[in-house]
Design a protein around this ligand. Structure first.
Ligand code: RB5
Length: 149
């Protein structure tokens, strides 16, 4: 499975750990930066990560900024991307089970690095339940079709 990673300066430490951890677990990983703690603008990173997911090159995207909120806002502007902002284990699991999200956004200034690794581990290892949740995801897609050119 291929995973695309990205962060801004607020998520750099966590992204480094995530990248190393999931590469060591055998995932195919792409790192869209940033590559140090110098200040960058989170839309510049979230965009290429989500275009990678949109194109189907990566199955999932993982984004980390200070709060995770800016990254999640950008991600959810990209057609075909459903991004969850996650700050707890329950949400990490349920957003895969119910929302079939393909991008997770995390807060490097909210959660510890260990918590972030745990949330992403849960996210990547939880299947979509389908059934009634597929009907709801299909309704998200209708909203998307009507509002994105
Ligand atoms: C950067 O200071 C900060 O605004 C960013 O990391 C993120 O939290 C935005 O949502």
């Amino acid at each position: 499975m291929k995973i695309a990673f990205g962060c801004d300066h607020g998520g750099f430490i966590a992204k480094q750990k995530l990248f190393e951890y999931f590469e060591s677990k055998g995932f195919e990983v792409t790192d869209y930066g940033c590559f140090d703690e110098n200040s960058v603008d989170y839309p510049d990173i979230a965009y290429p990560v989500c275009k990678d997911v949109q194109a189907g090159d990566s199955t999932f995207g993982v984004l980390v900024c200070g709060t995770g909120i800016g990254m999640s806002i950008v991600a959810n502007k990209i057609k075909g991307v459903r991004c969850a902002h996650v700050t707890d284990e329950f949400s990490a699991e349920m957003t895969r089970r119910h929302n079939d999200t393909n991008v997770i956004a995390l807060g490097g200034r909210i959660s510890t690095v260990e918590e972030i690794v745990k949330y992403v581990d849960i996210f990547l290892n939880t299947p979509f339940e389908g059934g009634r949740h597929l009907n709801r995801v299909n309704k998200i897609k209708i909203v998307e079709e009507e509002n994105f050119n």
